[in-house]
Structures are given as structure tokens and as C-alpha cells.
Design a protein around this ligand. Structure first.
Ligand code: C2E
Ligand code: MG
Ligand code: MG
Length: 857
């Protein structure tokens, strides 16, 4: 079988889609974050660039303005320096009146042209004329320009009709300084005096007010001058100054980029938040769907696997089943047959495809398709027993189970199984037969007998119940074995079966117990049929070459006279059978009502016996046994007596057979053995006690242990114990009895055959079993010596005993004549009323005393 059981969904569930979605979502979120970051970076870069560009533009405008001013100043200084009047009034001589008073180089330069300083420095480097902030002063140029003034003057003096400009820091304020050598200008025809020219210097201070105005004009915010020592800042313009401190202008940058940032960043943050929120929603949604899809996928995988398993299971089952599976269309034509069909029926599957199912399976009364249709309309689907022919032509019985196939509410066909139940039907029939018949003989068994009796007694119908039992079956079984026993029973059963009519019954209840039920009411006819039956039984039965001769005992009970209930009738027939056995066997006995009361009486006796054992109601009497030739008291036979507390003493003949029947004999014997051994141990060294042992006690080995135990407990030597075993009963298990006897002999116990001459196999007994002696039954002694026949039998037995070297004892010696005659015949020992009756222990002990005194006397 290849069936693989489905794995549990939890173990099989591999969340692939969920994993994938998670990964994709992570990447997507990361990308989104990177894009956002890039946008932010770009915005930052743009903002920074805008900031820088704005500052650069400011710087550029400032520089242009600065340079424009410089140009203006250069033009101004040139205008004044290359002027013949100036040359004359400022260089050749300093004409303050011309310069200041006539306002050629007066306060206008400050007021109109915003020159804070106007200096004229002569060739010797002395400041000869100085107007500062529109006021005439004598402050030298160095006071404003410091060391820078020297280089300025030097460079200026080298120029020819040109001017120079320098940046400077004056009183911590940025300044533009222009200088030009004062030349004669258009009055050049005048002779140039020797020596260096004087230099005209204009200084334009960029005061905070001026810078503010300039800033406003140029749209540069909070423009100011800065010291060189200040930390460098992006919004600054540094202008080099030859030989002096560089000029630095600072202003407040406009930072349009920062504004842009201020505007964009919150928007970006909001976009990021919204994007994050949407991403999260989408992620959760996608994950949920992925999870669902995974589950669906897992379920799908599982159901696919289930389907595959189910198919495999179906295939395997179809292969392995003892049934075959079929399917038809709606008209009952076969469209599928499992492979087992071929194996089980021998038919080729292909031969039956398309054939009508009614051709394959038949039912004595239905068309199968009609049945199938009816099944469904009934709403039930009970199985149907049908028939089919195997390919070998055998008629087989099938068990059909069917279902209608529905497709979209329409009947599409039928399918089902057929199992071949031929064998089980046969087995069932066999079981049925066996349940009502005896397996060995085929006769009816107890169940059928009961049924038969119940059925016929209800009618009511006169019946004769014959309970029949073979008389010698057990020894036959022991001697010839069970196989022979069974053959005998079988042949006998056939004879009995022939002895009953078609409506009568022969039954076997067990072993050799048979019951025949005859539909007969006439006693004469019943008796005749019994006689014929017994004759039939007596005819030899052969097992191989061996012929067996048997007899039977029969008990008869009749309905309705005796009873009309099966149990009661059988019990009565059994009672009558026991009577037949007791009456000597090989006969029939009619049931009589007093038999039942005898039986009841027996049951009572058994209960009383059990009670007697418990209450110690038994005692032993001892009957002396003498050596006939010497007259010596050799020993005594222990004879049990039952003395119920409320009644007369009961003789052993009345209870020993009963005790033997129900097993109580073992307990009784144990008691007798123990008591006899104990009593005898005080009788003197050479006197024995003889105890009667029942043949049934030889069925088990424990007799040896029981005897040994009695000897051991009493201290009586084994040689002083004799066991008497009656001869008139055959042993059930001769081999076992022999083994037990041998073991007893090994103990040292003597064994004697009791009541010799009454049984069936006198000689066989003596040959088979290891006896030490025999006791001639008193029935022979009774007529002895008068009866010639008795005399010759007794003489024969004595001779026989001598031939087997057995000690011989005569029982029941009642007369002197008997004693004398026995002595003459060399009978060794004797007992009887003439010699001494059975007496209680005390009397016997007293007898022993007197005997030993006589011997001593
Ligand atoms: P048995 O073993 O053959 O015993 C002898 C019987 O003959 C005794 O009868 C005895 O009283 C009787 N008897 C002895 N001498 C004479 C005589 O001269 N004339 C007559 N008519 N009878 C005489 P009891 O005691 O009634 O015993 C009957 C049988 O019961 C015994 O026959 C023996 O088979 C059996 N039995 C007695 N005691 C026991 C016992 O303890 N165990 C077993 N298993 N059987 C016992
Ligand atoms: Mg005896
Ligand atoms: Mg006897």
C-alpha cells in the first residue's frame, strides 16, 4: 500500500507570500525613505545654492558699486590733479585762498562729492593742504592712512597723467583712496619745475550711514564694514589694500534658500507622514492578503495532497480489497471495473465494459437496474445478495452494495462494490450445520435435540426419549485409542440413525451418550424398537481388522405420560438409563416415578455424608483374620461404620458406592487409612491391618502419597499395611492403575484382590497387576463345602492363587465345616463370623490381649 497520511496543515503551512510581501514592503519603504531623503537633500542643496547665489549677487553688485565709485573718484581726482590752476595753486605754491576760499578745493568736495578727506602732499611728503569732512585742517595724510600713505604717494608720484586708487581702512571704516600727481594739465607749455610732483589725495570714507544708503541702493541688507580680525563670513567682500589693511564689507545674506526650506520642509514632512501612513495601511493590507493567500495556498496544497492521498487510498483499497468496484451509466451499462474484478472473477475487464450490469449480476427475482432505481427512491441503500458466474463457470454469491451517482441534480449512473461471499456463505452454512450437529458423527447435537423436543412437545405429540449409553466404551477407548473409539462411535451413530424414522431424531450429547427421540406412543412398539436397537449395537464393529463387540443400556422416558418438558424428559431418561446400568447393562429400562425419589434420596445421602465427614461420624470396626493352619491371629480388616448422631449405624455397602460416585471416597479413605494405621501401630510387630481401597482411587497418582503420608504420620511400617482392591470393578485407566500399584508395592505395602471370583476378568487381573494375595468372595464360601460347584470353584481359586504365588484368604467363614475344608485345601488365611465378627477397636484390642496371653500360656 502506498497510502501516505496527510500532514497537519500547521506543519505544512509555509508563509511564502507573506515573507515575499514583507520583503517587498521593506524594500519599497526603504526606497520611499531614500527618495524622500534625496528630495530633502536636493531641497537643501538648492536652498544652499540659492543662498550662495544670492550672496554672490550681492557681492557682485557691491563690487561693481565699489568699482564704479572708484572710477568716479579716479575721474574726480584726475580732473582736479591735471588741471594747470591746481598745479599752480597747489604744487608750485599752496594757495589756500584759491583752494579753500574760492572753493576750488573746498567744502564742496565733501558736501557734493562726499570726499571726507582731501589732501595735497608736496614732493617732500608733507601734507600742505587737508580738508577733512568739509573742514580745513592741518591733519597730515599719514594720520589717516598711516603707513599706507607712503606707498600711495610713491606710486602716485610715478604716474604720468594718471591716477591710482587704493582701498584702505581708516578709523575702522572702509575707505577708497585715490591719488594722482598734480600736473600742469593743459598748461603743459609751462616749464616743469624739477622735483617730484605734489600728490592730490581724495579719501572717500564709507561711513555706516553711507554704507546703509549704498546697501539700500544695491538691495544689500545691513551692509557694514568689518575689521579684518573678524571671523570670515559668507556674506562678505574683501578688497585688498596695497600696503595696508584689507577692506572687508559684510552684510546680512538674504538666504532665499532658507526661506524655501522653511516652506518646503514642513510640506515634505507632511508628505513623508502621509506617505508613511499610506505605506503602513497598504503594507498591512498587502500582508493581510498575503497571509490569506498563504493560507489559501496551504489549504489548496493540503486539499491537493488530501485528494492525492484519497486517490491513492482509493486505488490501494481497490487493489487490496476483497471486493471489486463497479460503476455504470444511468442505463446500467458498465463503465468502470476495478482491477480486482479480474482477479476475483477471472473475467477480463475489457470484455464487460459497456455491458449491462444485469448480464453480470443476477438476482432470482429482480432486475438489478430496476432494483438500483428503486433503492434511491426508497431513500435507502440496503445491500443485495446476488449471483454471478466466474470465468471458470462456477456459480458465486456476491454481496452488492450500490449508490446512485448524482451530477447537477440528475442521476448520472450507479456505483458500488461486490464482495464474493461464496466462501463465507459456505462457512456460515457449515457453522450453521455444526451449531446444530455433532461434529464427529453428524447426528443432531444437544441444541437441535432441545429445539426438536420443544417444537414437538408444544404440539403436543407423544414421544419416546431413549437415552442410550455404551456399556464398555471407556475401556475400548483406553485399550484401542481414541481414533478407534471415534470410528466405533461413527459407525454406531450410523446404525442409530438408521434406527429412527424421517421425522424422528438421533442425537449425540457427548462421549458415548446418545439420545433417540421416537414418535411412538405404543409401549410394545417402543420395546420392539429398543430390542432391534440393542441388536444393532451388538453387531461387531470393525476398526481395521479389529472387531469390537459392544452392548448398550437404554433408559426410556415418555411424553406426555412422564413429563412434557424437554429437560425433565431427558433427566428421566437418564435416571432410567442409570437403572439399566445398575440392573446389569445391555438392557432397556422404563422410567418409573420412584426412580426419581431414589435419586433424591441419593442426593440427600451425599449431603449427609459430607456432613458426617465434617462431624467425625465414622468409626472403624476390625474383623480378625487368622492363619488357618496355625490358628494365629494374623491381623484384621478395617471396616468402616457410619454412626450418625441421630440414627442407627449405617453399613458401608449403603454409602461407599455413593461416595465412589461423587468423589467423596478420597476423603473417606484418607480418614480410614489414618485411623487404621494409627490403631494398628499398637498391635504388635507382626500383625497387619487391611484397608479397603476403592478402584476409583487408582485414577490419580496421589494415592501413593496419601498412603505414604498415613504410614509416616502413624509410624506404622509399610509391611504391616495391606490394601484390598475389589475385583468386580474394572479399572477406568488400567495403565495408570498399574503404575500406582507398582509404586505402592515399592513402598512395601501389600496388595490383595478383594471379593475374588465375582468379577469379569479374574485371570487377567492376576496377570496384569502386582498383587500379593487374593480373598475368595464369601458368596463362594457360603455354599461351601456342600455345593459341589462351590467346592470346585474354591478349590480352583486356591490352586490358581498358589500358581500365581499369592497368599489366599477365605472370607465369610461361618461354619466349622467351612473352616475345616478350607484348611484341608491349604487355604492360608480366613475371616468370618465363625472366627470373629467385625468389632470396635477396644474389643479387638482386648481380643489381641487374650490371644497373646493364650499364646504365652
Ligand atoms: P468386604 O471388603 O468384602 O468386607 C467383608 C464384608 O463381609 C464386611 O461387610 C463384613 O462384615 C462381612 N462379613 C465378614 N464375615 C462375614 C461372614 O461370615 N458372613 C457374612 N454374611 N458377612 C461377613 P461390611 O463391613 O458390611 O462391608 C461391606 C463392604 O464394604 C466391604 O466388603 C468393603 O468392600 C466395603 N467397605 C467396608 N469398609 C470399607 C472402607 O473402609 N473402605 C472401602 N472402600 N470399602 C469398605
Ligand atoms: Mg475387604
Ligand atoms: Mg470382601
Amino acid at each position: 500500500m502506498t497510502f501516505v497520511p496527510p500532514e497537519s496543515p500547521s506543519r505544512r503551512f509555509a508563509p511564502a507570500a507573506e515573507e515575499r510581501t514583507r520583503r517587498s514592503l521593506r524594500i519599497f519603504s526603504l526606497l520611499l525613505a531614500v527618495v524622500l531623503l534625496l528630495v530633502v537633500l536636493m531641497v537643501l542643496v538648492i536652498a544652499q545654492r540659492q543662498n550662495r547665489d544670492a550672496t554672490d549677487q550681492d557681492r557682485q553688485r557691491l563690487l561693481q558699486a565699489w568699482e564704479a565709485r572708484q572710477e568716479t573718484m579716479l575721474t574726480d581726482v584726475r580732473d582736479y590733479a591735471f588741471w594747470g590752476e591746481a598745479w599752480r595753486n597747489l604744487h608750485l605754491t599752496l594757495n589756500t585762498r584759491w583752494a579753500w576760499d574760492e572753493e576750488n578745493l573746498g567744502p564742496d568736495l565733501y558736501n557734493e562729492y562726499h570726499y571726507e578727506g582731501v589732501f595735497v602732499v608736496d614732493s617732500a611728503g608733507r601734507t600742505r593742504y587737508a580738508v577733512i569732512n568739509g573742514k580745513l585742517t592741518d591733519l597730515p595724510l599719514e594720520a589717516w592712512l598711516g603707513a599706507q600713505s607712503a606707498s600711495l604717494l610713491r606710486d602716485a608720484r610715478r604716474l604720468q597723467h594718471a591716477a591710482l586708487a587704493q582701498n584702505a581702512v581708516i578709523a575702522r571704516q572702509p575707505a577708497l583712496v585715490v591719488a594722482a600727481p598734480i600736473s600742469m594739465g593743459k598748461a603743459a607749455r609751462l616749464a616743469e619745475p624739477p622735483g617730484a610732483p605734489s600728490v592730490l589725495v581724495f579719501v572717500n570714507l564709507f561711513t555706516p550711514a553711507k554704507l546703509e544708503v549704498l546697501g539700500k541702493m544695491l538691495d544689500v541688507w545691513a551692509l557694514r564694514g568689518a575689521a579684518q580680525a573678524d571671523a570670515p563670513q559668507p556674506a562678505s567682500l574683501t578688497l585688498g589694500a596695497a600696503g595696508g589693511e584689507a577692506v572687508t564689507l559684510r552684510w546680512q545674506p538674504k538666504m532665499p534658500g532658507t526661506g524655501l526650506l522653511m516652506l518646503l520642509l514642513p510640506i515634505l514632512a507632511a508628505v513623508a507622514l502621509v506617505t508613511g501612513w499610506i505605506t503602513r495601511r497598504v503594507s498591512r493590507h498587502a500582508l493581510h492578503h498575503a497571509l490569506l493567500s498563504d493560507r489559501r495556498f496551504a489549504m489548496l496544497t493540503l486539499s491537493q495532497q488530501e485528494l492525492a492521498n484519497s486517490e491513492a487510498r482509493f486505488r490501494d483499497l481497490a487493489e487490496a480489497a476483497s471486493d471489486w468496484i463497479w460503476e455504470t451509466d444511468e442505463q446500467g451499462r458498465l463503465i468502470y471495473l476495478s482491477s480486482r474484478f479480474h482477479r476475483l472473477t477471472g473475467h477480463a475487464i475489457a470484455d464487460w465494459m459497456g455491458e449491462h450490469i444485469d448480464r453480470l449480476l443476477t438476482h432470482p427475482s429482480h432486475s438489478l437496474v430496476a432494483w438500483l432505481m428503486r433503492q434511491e427512491s426508497n431513500g435507502s441503500s440496503a445491500p443485495l445478495r446476488c449471483q454471478f458466474m466466474s470465468a471458470q463457470g462456477e456459480r458465486r454469491i456476491g454481496h452488492l452494495v450500490a449508490k446512485t451517482i448524482w451530477q447537477e441534480g440528475r442521476r448520472a449512473g450507479f456505483r458500488g462494490t461486490v464482495s464474493d461471499i461464496t466462501q463465507s456463505m459456505e462457512a456460515e452454512a457449515r457453522i450453521q450445520f455444526l451449531s446444530r450437529h455433532d461434529a464427529l458423527t453428524g447426528l443432531a447435537n444437544r441444541i437441535q435435540l432441545q429445539e426438536y423436543l420443544t417444537r414437538h412437545l408444544e404440539l403436543p405429540q407423544p414421544l419416546a426419549i431413549l437415552s442410550l449409553d455404551l456399556d464398555q466404551f471407556r475401556p475400548l477407548n483406553d485399550n484401542w485409542g481414541h481414533a478407534a473409539g471415534e470410528q466405533v462411535l461413527n459407525q454406531l451413530a450410523q446404525r442409530l440413525q438408521r434406527g429412527v424414522g424421517a421425522h424422528e431424531l438421533a442425537a449425540r450429547l457427548g462421549d458415548d451418550e446418545f439420545v433417540l427421540v421416537l414418535q411412538e406412543s405404543d409401549a410394545g412398539e417402543i420395546a420392539r424398537r429398543c430390542a432391534r436397537l440393542l441388536q444393532e449395537v451388538q453387531l461387531p464393529i470393525y476398526t481395521g481388522q479389529q472387531a469390537h463387540y459392544l452392548t448398550a443400556s437404554v433408559g426410556i422416558a415418555c411424553a406426555p405420560q412422564d413429563a412434557s418438558h424437554p429437560e425433565a424428559l431427558l433427566r428421566m431418561a437418564d435416571i432410567a438409563l442409570n437403572e439399566a446400568r445398575a440392573a446389569g447393562r445391555n438392557r432397556w429400562v422404563w422410567y418409573a416415578s420412584n426412580m426419581a425419589s431414589q435419586r433424591e434420596h441419593k442426593r440427600e445421602m451425599v449431603q449427609r455424608l459430607e456432613q458426617a465427614l465434617r462431624n467425625d461420624e465414622f468409626c472403624l470396626h476390625y474383623q480378625p483374620r487368622y492363619q488357618l493352619q496355625s490358628g494365629r491371629l494374623a491381623g484384621a480388616e478395617a471396616l468402616i461404620r457410619w454412626q450418625p448422631s441421630d440414627g442407627e449405624t449405617i453399613a458401608p455397602d449403603r454409602f461407599i458406592p455413593l461416595a465412589e460416585e461423587n468423589g467423596l471416597i478420597v476423603a473417606i479413605s484418607d480418614w480410614v487409612l489414618a485411623r487404621a494405621c494409627r490403631d494398628a501401630s499398637g498391635w504388635g510387630a507382626d500383625r497387619y491391618v487391611s484397608v479397603n481401597i476403592s478402584p476409583v482411587e487408582f485414577r490419580t497418582h496421589d494415592l501413593v502419597q496419601r498412603v505414604a503420608h498415613a504410614l509416616e504420620s502413624s509410624g506404622l511400617p509399610a509391611t504391616r499395611l495391606e490394601l484390598e482392591i475389589t475385583e468386580n470393578v474394572t479399572f477406568d485407566h488400567p495403565q495408570q492403575a498399574l503404575e500406582v500399584m507398582q509404586a505402592l508395592r515399592a513402598l512395601g505395602v501389600r496388595l490383595t484382590v478383594d471379593d475374588f471370583g465375582t468379577g469379569y476378568a479374574a485371570l487377567g487381573y492376576l496377570k496384569t497387576f502386582p498383587f500379593n494375595g487374593l480373598k475368595i468372595d464369601r458368596s463362594w464360601i457360603k455354599d461351601f463345602p456342600e455345593s459341589q460347584q462351590a467346592a470346585s470353584v474354591v478349590a480352583g481359586i486356591i490352586a490358581l492363587a498358589h500358581a500365581f504365588a499369592l497368599t489366599i484368604t477365605a472370607e465369610g467363614i461361618e461354619t466349622e465345616a467351612q473352616l475345616d475344608q478350607l484348611k484341608r485345601l491349604s487355604c492360608e488365611e480366613g475371616q468370618g463370623y465363625f472366627l470373629g465378627r467385625p468389632v470396635p477397636l477396644a474389643v479387638f484390642t482386648a481380643l489381641l490381649e487374650t490371644t497373646s496371653q493364650q499364646v504365652r500360656a
